[in-house]
Design a protein around this ligand. Structure first.
Ligand SMILES: [Fe+2]
Length: 321
């Protein structure tokens, strides 16, 4: 096989386009890749990767080598390509034969850690105090934001709006699902938002706005930035918006944001994406808005998500300032 041909092949995983949105690339790790990965990492556990940051890169390298280094290249190429920028990563099979005795949830934490360290480095999650956070959604909730509330739709937004760190990408992984109906992930690419031009060419589009967050987020400062950030290399707009944490200071800002939230929630180009247990969405945070559809009320509803947010390797310095 020529080197040129070999470089264009992906080893150990298969690709297709998502049926609800052709921008979303569905990546399925083969049973063989999962089995070999779990065998390689069987001596490590969640506590050890929390305590020793270098182990996270070791996991990433183990997984990448099993794909002949094609996985990391594909993930980065896809995330940085504005026209795609989103991956639904699934495993062909996760059971006792492929997990080599590793608990299902632990394996998923180790797998998403390998993935995050192939695309850069995760930011410290101030809600959990770790590089990742786990969230439960149950039938009842008393929290101070919409993150865990099951019976309402969580509106489309970007992550990292109220922190100073750059947030190039977000990983959302489903690690547990019991008695769940509804609750699909919602995705909208900035370029598919029909009202983009109207809001992007508005006088307030590039004006600094104030951003804050409720106490559960453990962020004590406020930040300031516009909704539309500096364009990417291609000169097209990227966004940093969330309705709950932007703090308008006058009627003009309030109405601009009100109309924007209304337009986004009415957008018919928004796609539903189901996340099966053991799968994860990896998205470019500035090209895609994400949200969550409401759940159907069920008494034993229990769903747990793992989240990581971070930067591409070349932007790690941005978050050390
Ligand atoms: Fe989010």
């Amino acid at each position: 096989m020529s080197t040129l041909l070999k470089n264009t092949l992906n080893i150990g995983f298969e690709l297709s386009q998502h049926k609800n949105n052709s921008r979303v690339q569905v990546l399925k790790l083969s049973k063989n890749t999962v089995e070999k990965f779990s065998k390689k990492i069987v001596d490590h556990n969640v506590q050890s990767i929390e305590y020793k940051p270098f182990l996270r890169f070791y996991l990433a390298d183990c997984l990448n080598k099993l794909t002949d280094d094609t996985l990391g290249k594909f993930l980065l190429k896809t995330l940085k390509n504005r026209s795609t920028g989103a991956i639904l990563l699934e495993c062909e099979l996760l059971n006792n034969s492929t997990l080599n005795g590793i608990e299902f949830i632990d394996f998923n934490v180790l797998l998403s850690t390998a993935i995050s360290h192939l695309i850069g480095i995760p930011n410290l999650d101030s809600m959990s105090g770790k590089f990742y956070a786990r969230f439960s959604v149950k039938n009842e909730d008393n929290s101070d934001s919409y993150l865990r509330q099951a019976h309402r739709r969580m509106e489309l937004h970007n992550d990292g709006t109220y922190v100073e760190e750059t947030t190039d990408w977000v990983i959302m992984q489903k690690i547990l699902e019991v008695d769940v109906e509804g609750g699909d992930s919602l995705l909208l690419h900035v370029d598919d938002w029909k009202d983009l031009d109207k809001f992007y060419h508005h006088p307030l589009a590039k004006e600094n706005l104030q951003w804050g967050s409720p106490s559960s987020k453990n962020i004590t400062y406020k930040t300031s930035h516009p909704i539309f950030l500096e364009e990417m290399n291609d000169g097209k707009p990227i966004m940093s918006f969330i309705d709950q944490f932007v703090e308008p200071l006058n009627i003009e800002q309030g109405l601009y944001l009100y109309e924007m939230g209304d337009s986004l929630e009415k957008e018919t180009n928004t796609s539903n994406v189901k996340l099966p247990e053991g799968s994860m969405l990896i998205i470019n945070n500035y090209c895609w808005l994400h949200g969550r559809d409401k759940f159907i009320a069920k008494k034993n509803l229990h769903r747990e998500l793992l989240r990581q947010r971070g930067v591409f390797a070349e932007n790690t310095g941005d978050n050390d300032k």
